[in-house]
Each structure stands twice: as structure tokens, then as C-alpha cells.
Design a protein. Structure first.
Lengths: 311, 244
């Protein structure tokens, strides 16, 4: 599949943003974070900023972005529509939560309730994003039990590493959050390796025989219907990344998992300004690594239509 | 609404005979010609006379080599929308632009509602939908909905343009929901198949596999030509003179 940058950035940024929002929504009311103006401003600003930037970026993928409002109508059948509804609905409790925290300086009562609702909304929206891909039968690498948990794990992971960076930045570091960040990053790493292993060993029932209805023997493409690349080949016949897949997988692992774990472990041992700098670096490296991971998620996915083209 | 209608009686579709298709591309050009002025018009061409020709087509004909223990053969394979009974391209649509008609099962796009998110083309395993980069919306086969019900055409012409154009009658149009219809009978008789049945889209269009190889051709062949024996006499002289 063609990895359109607007969609790669959208899923990565909203994943991190909703992860951060979900954590702020429960850790604030639980008293883990004090209702301080700047913590709330930077934390909620970062979360909502990433979400808004991602959603805006996703409209760049549309042929007619001015009609995007229509996408809220088909929530009964379409995961994409459900994602749109959930993402906009989540802005309501998260906006109230942000106002309560930042301007009223409180994290109890209705502000706590809004935080918990924002948490639910964030998790639900990430589930919808995952289901858009997991529900597509023609793409075996996506239509797998690994896709939805993957989106949730990576969202929690990048959200936790971001929250740790924010809190460390305000010298509010604890030992629990960096530990959770390392654990979630390890979980994400393990899940990604398992996903790649599953995809590499995938036995796909659909082949050139079932695609053409010609049973038995071998079916080989002799001639395409056209000499130049058409929409199908451009959108679903993307092959550049597959050539460098193993290298890109190593880059994604190093940036998204390996380097952040090393930096976070080093942050344990160092005093404040250094620990904060390393925590921020870990978050930046992980975001970059997740962009590569998401790029591969698209580029390595094979669509059944390419069977017709013998690819 | 992108929820699917409850399965009705009428299922209009095509039956494509892979035995008789000669890959002449007449259906392809007839489709383009009709539909670039039809319901989903225009079928935009990008850089049509340049080095990177691209454009929207509803029907594409591939050629395959099918090799079995019985031998090899070339199979020409027209590929277009199969108007599935459970089309995921419809249910994934977030705007309600994609829909399946309850009355005859035709899958269509309301171009005025399409936001061009392309998700429907990802959800179609058959590559039936093509994005028009110029208009910014998705396009697809309409089963010539503007021909088959068109009172301005003679009754015999009320078939999809691809069916009307086929010189070998490899394309048949009719109601596949009625087991007594000629197309349903043809499918039953020839063992018509679904494409990618394992994905569960339940395509309406059926493909008739090529007929089995027979030895009939060998038994009716003319005797092989024999080398002309050198003859003597007058005919031999004529043969020598004409051979020079």
C-alpha cells in the first residue's frame, strides 16, 4: 500500500496524542499529577495539539476536503466514520478537563469526571483507528489479530514516554513513570516483532487462481491492460519500501524502542537537567521511530488486487 | 446510507465467458466511450498524449497464461466491478456516497457526497474502483445504469455498453437473482465461479471457466501435406519448369 505521508503522520500523531490524553485524564484526577498551570498547559496542549495536527493532516489525504463534514454520518457501518465521530466527541470532555485544570487549577469533581470521559474517548478513538485497518479483508497484513492491540499498545507507549518527558521537564519526575515507559516500550517492541514474524509467515488463501477463477496449475500474468502505472498500481502496488524492508525495520526498532529504552535508563541514574533532556530526547526519537514503523505498516501491506498484476 | 439493503430478489450483473473472450479490448473502449458521457462522467484522462498516460477506466482486460497438466493456454480476463452482495466498499464509506441499490443490487457512488478518502478502493479486493485525481472523487462501473433502463434506446440496446460491444458474445447481462433467467441457466450449465470466494464478498458477476481441452481438433484435421514426389513424363516436366 502507498504510504501517504498525511495518513502516516495522522495515525502516529493522534496515537501519541490520545495516549497522552488518556494518561492525563486518569493520572490527574488520581492525584498523581498536581493541578499546576504549566504542567496542564504543556501536557494538555501537547496532547490536543498532536491530535488536532493529526486530524488536520488526515484531511490532506482527501480528494474533496471541503466535504469532510459528511464523514460523520455513517457511524452505523463505517469504522472511518466512527473514528471521526469519536475524535470530535472526545474534544468536548478533554476541552472541559483542560479548562478545569489549566484555568481553574482543580482536578476534582466535574473536572475529574471530564478527565475520565476524555480517557474513555481517547481509547475508543484509537480502537476505531485500528479497526479501520483491521477490518480490511483484502490486506492480510492488516486484517490480523495483531493490528488493533498494536494501535492500542503503541498509543499507550508513546503517550507514556511523552508524559514522562513533560513531567521530567518540570522536575516532577518520579520513578514509576520512567519504569512504565520502559516497560511499555519493551511491550511495544515485543508486539512489533511478533507482528512482523506473523506477517512474514502468513499463508494467504487468496492467490492468482482464486483471483481469476482459473483452478489448478499456475496462473501467470502475460500482459497488463495498460502500459503506464494507473491508480491501482500507484495506490496499492507500492514496492519501494519492500526492497529496503529489513534495513527500515532495524531503523524503526532502533529509534522507536532501542534508543528510548537506553535514554530512559540513563535518565534514572542522572540528576534533573540531564534526566529531563534525555527523557525529551527519548520521546523525540520514539516519535521518529514510530513514523518509520507506520510507514512500513503501509509499505509492507499487500493488497489482493496486485494478484491481477502478477505482483 | 452505507448499511447494506436486505438481500432482495433482483441481482443484475454480468456473466463473463473466459472461454470465448479473445482480449480484443472492444468492451474496454465501449465502456470508456459510453461512461465518459454517462452517470459517472467524466472518466478523466491525465496527460493523455504525454509520457505518463493515466486515467479512469471501469473495465480492464488482463491476459494470463494458465498452465495445468493438460497443457497451457492464454486466458483473456476482463476485470470490472462485480456488484457484490456484501460489498465492503459500501459499508466502509464514511459519507454515504457509496451505496447498493435495494431494487436491483447495483453498487453506485453519489459523486456529490464523495470526499475522496479512497478507503472504498482499499476495501475492494478486485480493484474495481479507480480514483479520479482531477475531480477528487472515486469512480466505478455503474453497470450502465443509464443504458439498461433508458427508454430512449431501442429495447435490444438496453444492455451495458461492454455487453453490446463484445464481438464474441463473451459477456452476458441479466438477473442473477432469478434462477430461471438465461444468465443463471448459463452459469449453472457451465459451472460459473465467483472470484476470491474465500473473502466472502459474494460477487454477483460470475466467470465461466474455459472449456476443457478436447482431442476433437486433432481428429478433424486435414491430412498433413506430403512432399511432392518427383514425377517423370509431361507432368514431371511441368513440375520442373514451374519449380524454377
Amino acid at each position: 500500500m502507498h504510504p501517504a505521508f498525511s495518513v502516516v503522520f495522522f495515525t502516529t500523531a493522534t496515537g501519541a496524542g490520545y495516549g497522552l490524553l488518556a494518561l492525563l485524564g486518569v493520572l490527574g484526577p488520581l492525584g498523581f499529577i498536581a493541578p499546576d498551570f504549566w504542567t496542564g498547559f504543556v501536557g494538555m496542549g501537547l496532547a490536543l495539539g498532536l491530535i488536532a495536527a493529526g486530524l488536520l493532516s488526515s484531511t490532506g489525504h482527501l480528494g474533496r476536503p471541503e466535504r469532510a463534514w459528511r464523514a460523520f454520518s455513517q457511524w452505523r457501518s463505517s469504522w472511518l466514520s466512527r473514528e471521526g465521530v469519536a475524535s470530535v466527541a472526545t474534544f468536548i470532555p478533554s476541552g472541559l478537563f483542560g479548562v478545569g485544570w489549566i484555568f481553574l487549577g482543580r482536578l476534582d469533581g466535574w473536572v475529574a469526571a471530564a478527565g475520565v470521559l476524555a480517557n474513555f474517548g481517547a481509547i475508543a478513538t484509537v480502537c476505531m483507528t485500528g479497526m479501520i485497518y483491521a477490518s480490511l479483508k483484502p490486506i492480510a497484513q492488516w486484517h490480523s489479530p495483531y493490528t488493533l492491540p498494536g494501535y492500542l499498545i503503541f498509543s499507550a507507549m508513546s503517550g507514556c514516554v511523552l508524559l514522562n518527558a513533560v513531567l521530567q521537564g518540570f522536575a516532577l519526575g518520579s520513578e514509576i513513570l520512567p519504569a512504565f515507559s520502559v516497560l511499555l516500550t519493551l511491550l511495544g517492541w515485543g508486539w512489533k516483532l511478533a507482528t512482523w514474524r506473523h506477517n512474514d509467515q502468513l499463508e494467504i488463501q487468496t492467490n492468482a487462481n482464486t483471483a481469476t477463477g482459473l483452478s489448478g496449475g499456475t496462473v501467470r500474468s502475460l500482459e497488463w491492460p495498460h502500459t503506464e502505472e494507473n491508480y491501482l498500481l500507484k495506490e496499492m502496488g507500492f514496492r519501494i519500501a519492500r526492497k529496503h524492508a529489513s534495513k527500515l525495520r532495524r531503523i524503526a526498532q532502533a529509534l522507536a524502542f532501542g534508543l528510548p529504552i537506553l535514554l530512559l535508563l540513563a535518565a534514572f541514574a542522572l540528576p534533573w537537567p540531564f534526566a529531563a533532556a534525555l527523557s525529551v530526547l527519548a520521546a523525540i526519537a520514539q516519535f521518529g521511530g514510530m513514523l518509520v514503523e507506520r510507514w512500513l505498516f503501509f509499505a509492507e501491506a499487500k493488497h489482493t488486487v496486485m494478484l491481477y498484476y502478477g505482483r | 446510507m452505507t448499511c447494506l439493503p436486505s438481500p432482495g430478489g433482483k441481482k443484475l450483473g454480468l456473466v463473463i465467458d473466459l472461454d470465448t473472450c479473445v482480449g480484443c479490448q472492444a468492451c474496454v473502449t465501449a465502456c470508456k466511450e459510453w461512461n465518459t458521457g454517462g452517470h459517472m462522467a467524466p472518466l478523466t484522462d491525465i496527460d493523455p498524449y504525454g509520457g505518463h498516460v493515466d486515467g479512469v477506466w471501469f473495465n480492464r482486460v488482463h491476459s494470463y497464461e494458465h498452465i495445468t497438466e493438460m497443457g497451457g493456454r492464454t486466458v483473456n480476463f476482463p476485470r470490472s466491478c462485480l456488484h457484490c452482495e456484501t460489498p465492503a466498499c459500501v459499508t466502509v464509506c464514511p459519507t454515504g456516497a457509496s451505496y447498493k441499490r435495494a431494487s436491483d443490487g447495483i453498487v453506485l457512488i453519489d459523486e456529490d457526497k464523495c470526499i475522496g478518502c479512497k478507503l472504498c478502493s482499499w476495501a475492494c479486493p478486485y480493484g474495481a474502483r479507480e480514483f479520479d485525481t482531477d475531480v477528487g472523487v472515486m469512480k466505478k462501473c455503474t453497470l450502465c445504469v443509464d443504458r439498461i433502463y433508458n427508454d430512449n434506446l431501442a429495447e435490444g440496446d438496453r444492455v451495458p455498453a461492454c455487453v453490446a460491444a463484445c464481438p464474441t458474445s463473451a459477456r452476458h447481462f441479466g438477473d442473477l437473482g432469478d434462477p430461471q433467467s438465461p444468465v443463471s441457466q448459463l452459469v449453472a450449465e457451465r459451472g460459473g465461479v465467483d472470484l476470491m470466494p474465500e473473502l466472502g464478498y459474494h460477487p454477483t458477476n460470475k466467470y465461466l471457466p474455459p472449456r476443457a481441452h478436447t482431442q476433437r481438433a486433432a481428429s478433424v484435421a486435414a491430412p498433413a501435406l506430403e512432399p511432392v514426389r518427383a514425377e517423370g513424363g509431361f507432368l514431371g516436366w511441368v513440375d520442373r519448369m514451374l519449380s524454377n
